[in-house]
Design a protein around this ligand. Structure first.
Ligand code: ZN
Length: 320
């Protein structure tokens, strides 16, 4: 399939491009969507709890509704990122219990604010073998997916995000997702959030010619088509295969800008939003709030335009 044989999509329909936005202060809409406007974001990701803690704050119905209504009115798809401590492969029963409560909270808050999905890191096997850990994933997560089913047609999806491949990581390479999805019976509300920095760290060399296509093909092979629902678009401060999770601004790291054009031209990414989780330069003395994020989003939009005007079967790295 090439873009020349299908109805042309508006760039924003093909891939909304946005950012993980801060919400502290005036809340989801007051802070989060104001920041989105400032940096030109067409889609947003938010935390609904301290990402480094176990608290499960109730949120404010008025703020939730203001955010949901504003996103709907402006056509902004939204996503929740669950806390980082969640690990269903833990050897501690208390951590597993907290992980389930924390993820349940993120999923229900996602539903309350009208988000399309909640992203969770796939965790690490600390309890024994990989098979032991996946058995725990099944026992703890399948009931949550069934709870989502009961929410009806606007239920958010659970989006699995492979990690950079440190330690006993359960999913880092795309192939690893196959066993994880098997453990969850390929539930209809299960999806994938692909982080380009994590995939690069895990050894998918996105900077090599055809590297992005090989990674996306491996993803489709692992979980089937139509499971990719969100992309974390991040460059990397480290080289491919370094197993380090250090995000860089788009085009400023070892991935570089061109692979993002290849990503935006691939059929597997049609309709999938991209959010950046890149440095905002807040520690720099000359920082202008949002300037780095604005630059990243502007560059990705430019690459999106270029991707849409080239046939998808042209090897994009060949000419560079
Ligand atoms: Zn990410």
């Amino acid at each position: 399939m090439t873009t020349s044989t299908t109805t042309p999509l508006l760039p924003r329909q093909r891939n909304p491009i946005g950012a993980h936005v801060p919400v502290a202060g005036r809340g989801l809409a007051g802070t989060g969507l104001a920041y989105a406007t400032k940096v030109g974001a067409e889609t947003v990701q938010v935390f609904v709890a301290n990402p480094r803690g176990w608290a499960t704050p109730a949120g404010s119905p008025a703020h939730d509704e203001a955010f949901r209504a504003a996103c709907a009115e402006q056509g902004i798809p939204s996503f929740v990122h669950a806390p980082y401590l969640i690990n269903f492969g833990s050897d501690s029963p208390a951590t597993r219990e907290r992980s389930a409560e924390s993820l349940r909270h993120s999923l229900h808050r996602a539903h309350a604010i009208g988000a399309r999905g909640a992203v969770v890191h796939t965790g690490a096997a600390l309890c024994g073998s990989r098979a032991d850990a996946l058995a725990q994933v099944r026992a703890d997560v399948l009931p949550l997916l069934d709870e989502l089913d009961a929410l009806g047609p606007d239920a958010p999806r659970l989006l699995l995000e492979p990690t950079a491949g440190q330690g006993s990581s359960l999913c880092s390479r795309m192939e690893d997702l196959a066993a994880y999805a098997d453990a969850l019976d390929h539930h209809p509300l299960l999806g994938v959030c692909l982080d380009t920095c994590h995939a690069f760290a895990a050894g998918h060399d996105l900077a090599a010619p055809g590297g992005v296509t090989a990674m996306l093909d491996a993803l489709t092979e692992a979980v089937g088509p139509d499971r990719l629902h969100l992309i974390h678009a991040n460059d990397s401060k480290d080289v491919a295969g370094a197993r380090k999770d250090r995000h860089e601004n788009i085009g400023a790291g070892h991935i570089g800008a061109d692979p993002f054009r290849e990503l935006l031209a691939h059929p597997a990414t049609a309709g999938v939003p991209l959010v950046i989780e890149t440095p905002d330069g807040r520690h720099l003395p000359d920082r202008i709030e949002g300037a780095r994020h604005t630059a990243d989003i502007t560059l990705l939009k430019h690459l999106r335009t270029e991707a849409l005007t080239r046939p998808t079967d042209t090897p994009l790295n060949a000419a560079t």
